[in-house]
Design a protein around this ligand. Structure first.
Ligand code: SAH
Ligand code: SF4
Ligand code: F3S
Length: 443
């Protein structure tokens, strides 16, 4: 067996982080060990994202950097992930690139490497699969803390939001066998992990049918209960929920199991019904607000976070104001906020003009960000004086005498260590806050 070093750089969402761990596992069986940087690596991999144009721009910059490395010594470079799927030929033409492999082809990486060695020719595989979930592969964990990590429960997306590239680069939706998910959670718990984060583009549409017995099926509410039963002190988180599909069943499971975390990431995208329709989100603001009301009713302590896009095609000032209004109404705990970025091949790129001028997009985004930081700060202020159970994840970046962790509602908490360690649960009384962090003490 060869003893070679691999370095993998990961861009994009948590699914890519998980996939990189799957790739390390597949390559580990071929004798590759992970190393600390591109300078030490025999194989450099970059796992890419196509969600917005700037995500892709960054990768082109990295490829130029890898080319410099290649001029110094013998090193193989592979591009993985969503960009590999979207613009395979362009990537293959870059002088740094030896291998291009799409998100469903990672089992073939050893073969692509062998062929590259034998034939000396660039190798590519970007076939998408209707079945691949990498269910049987035990990822090589790359988190820094050994406390919290991801489990992918499904792949792909069937939703076809008009702005979004994901369905094109990740293929159709498929749900992973729940038995393999539970097994992975059990293994993580045995290894000392105390939190698993279940990942899917739309977790609420998780539905697994037993191929041996088609009458047997598991939905998402049932799945989170199965994972919650692994151990009472193993926290269960999940993302992303879709407003059109989030069921009351998920909320009831959350209310019933103290270790299912009280946080829902529920991207709204816009507060204008006209925009939502044009985005093909398949809900109205009224329906969204109904889901929010139900969350508050069933799990009053739950935090709700969101994603918002500013400046989608034909967005007027009135649409933008409607988004700000919805934000004031819901008072999200936090949000990821983006300017619309046209993605070639999507329905929006083919049929709608990207007609909001860049400076208007930026101004609207800034207004959204400003409003959200004020709301986040207010929300965090409401936590002052309260005591929360926090799972310790590590040492604070700013102060080595302090630790950080999260509340069940996913708020980051920083507090003096007092001899405690990552992986422990502590009760923290919140004394002060910023818009992003709660500060407190162990009680
Ligand atoms: N599956 C998740 C989101 C995945 S992408 C969901 O449906 O909510 C994460 C976020 O990126 C999206 O929620 C959206 O807000 C943003 N996004 C996706 N495509 C985008 C685009 N073309 N321009 C700007 N933001 C985009
Ligand atoms: Fe993209 Fe919509 Fe699927 Fe989310 S649900 S990944 S935004 S198509
Ligand atoms: Fe990006 Fe692909 Fe995730 S496009 S956001 S890495 S699914």
């Amino acid at each position: 067996m060869v003893n070679k070093r691999v370095f993998i750089e990961t861009y994009g969402c948590q699914m890519n982080v998980y996939d990189s761990e799957v790739v390390l596992s597949i390559l580990g069986k071929e004798g590759f060990t992970p190393c600390g940087g591109i300078e030490e690596a025999d194989l450099i991999l970059v796992n890419t994202c196509s969600i917005r144009e700037n995500a892709e721009q960054r990768v082109w910059g990295r490829l130029d950097r890898f080319l410099q490395e290649k001029k110094k010594r013998k090193v193989t470079v592979g591009v993985l992930g969503c960009m590999a799927e979207r613009i395979r030929q362009e990537l293959l033409s870059h002088p740094a690139v030896d291998i291009v492999a799409g998100p469903d082809t990672y089992r073939r990486l050893p073969e692509l490497l062998r062929r590259l060695g034998a034939e000396g020719q660039k190798q590519i595989d970007t076939a998408l699969s209707l079945k691949e979930t990498y269910a049987d592969i035990e990822p090589v964990r790359t988190d820094k803390n050994g406390v919290t990590s991801f489990i992918s429960i499904m792949r792909g997306c069937n939703n076809m939001c008009t702005y979004c590239i994901v369905p094109y680069v990740r293929g159709g939706e498929r749900s992973r066998d729940p038995r393999s998910i539970v097994k992975e959670a059990e293994k993580m718990y045995a290894d000392g992990y105390r939190e698993v984060n279940l990942l899917g583009q739309n977790v609420d549409s998780y539905l697994w049918k037993n191929p041996e017995n088609p009458t047997e099926s598991v939905n998402f509410a049932q799945l989170i209960e199965l994972v919650a039963l692994v151990a009472p002190d193993l926290r269960v988180r999940f993302s992303t929920s879709h407003p059109k599909d989030m069921s009351n069943g998920v909320l009831y499971s959350m209310a019933m199991y103290p270790n299912i975390c009280t946080h829902i990431h529920l991207p709204v995208q816009s507060g204008s019904d006209r925009m939502l329709e044009k985005m093909n989100r398949k809900y109205t603001t009224a329906a969204y607000l109904e889901r929010i009301a139900k969350i508050h009713e069933v799990v009053p302590e739950a935090a709700v976070t969101t994603d918002i896009i500013a400046g989608f095609c034909s967005e007027t000032e009135e649409d933008h104001q409607a988004t700000l209004e919805l934000m004031r109404q819901v008072r999200f705990d936090s949000a990821f906020m983006f300017q619309y970025s046209q993605r070639p091949g999507t329905k929006a790129a083919r049929h709608f003009a990207d007609d909001v001028p860049p400076e208007v997009k930026t101004r609207r985004l800034n207004e959204i960000i400003e409003l959200q930081s004020a709301i986040s700060l207010e929300r965090n202020h409401e936590c002052i004086g309260q005591t929360y159970e926090v799972l310790i994840e590590g040492t604070s970046k700013r102060d080595s005498g302090s630790l950080f962790g999260r509340t069940s509602s996913n708020k980051v908490c920083v507090f003096p260590a007092l001899g405690h360690r990552p992986g422990e649960y502590v009760n923290i009384k919140v004394e002060s806050c910023t818009s992003a962090t709660l500060l407190g003490n162990i009680v």
